[in-house]
Unconditional design. Sequence first.
Length: 290
Amino acid sequence: MTGAADSLGYSLSAVSQQVRKLEAEVGMPVLDRRPRGVTLTDAGLAIVEHGEVIARQLAALDVRLADIAGLHEGSLRLGTFPTAGASILPVAVTRFTAAHPGVNLNLRSARISGLLAMLQAHDVEQALLWDYEWSPVDDPSLTVEQLMTDPTVLLVSADHRLAGARGATMADLVGERWITRAEHHPVVEVLRRSAHAAGFEPNIAFEAHDYQEAQGMVAVGLGVALVPRLALANLRADVRVVPLGGSTPSRRIFLARAASRVPTPPEIAMRDVLRAVSAEVAQGSRLYGP
């Protein structure tokens, strides 16, 4: 008992009190107290054996936690939407996995409603989301960080009158036929608002089900299209991109997580990578298409 007290830096009475408390909890003596000292009872021996196992497990846990904190292992589930998955995310994934090969990265793609459901159900730790000013993602259960602004650009065929223009406005597009997205896609509202602000009603020539289909119809001259810049990661050689400046709404790209969660080391690392890649895109140092 004296040796235990010296080793722990406790007083002998404090050690005795702890032993008696332990005996009260287990309901039997753990020490056989004799005139010349004490020995362990069978219950005491059992507690020591299991205590040694627990001590080894705690030491192993410390090592695992250090590995996770150092990003030598761990996992991250990240949600994304299609245009981000085809543009900024491949660059981010390449950098993240090169820097942290021991982290298991799982990606899931969905539309905004699906991504919000994943966040609420904790099926993903983080998700890339987007919104427009007239329909913001305003959810108090989420913590969001804006990564970049994704401008709306004009897509025209290679032989269109504006194909070589350095810029245009919606007023330059009165009388054009338009390629837009089907099924009430948000870009339809972008076109409607932009056209109405310029004083005309858009003449819809074709409703595409994805941006590659829209590019195909633009390429053959069926019409022109408004497209978020991130949707042009795979730009056809027979279409041209014309900047529209501030004459059309831009969408906000942001990273979201549940506000109730403390971000893990893999989440923090991915956030930093996405910040860097998004800054490169926003500054024009990383562009998509010719």
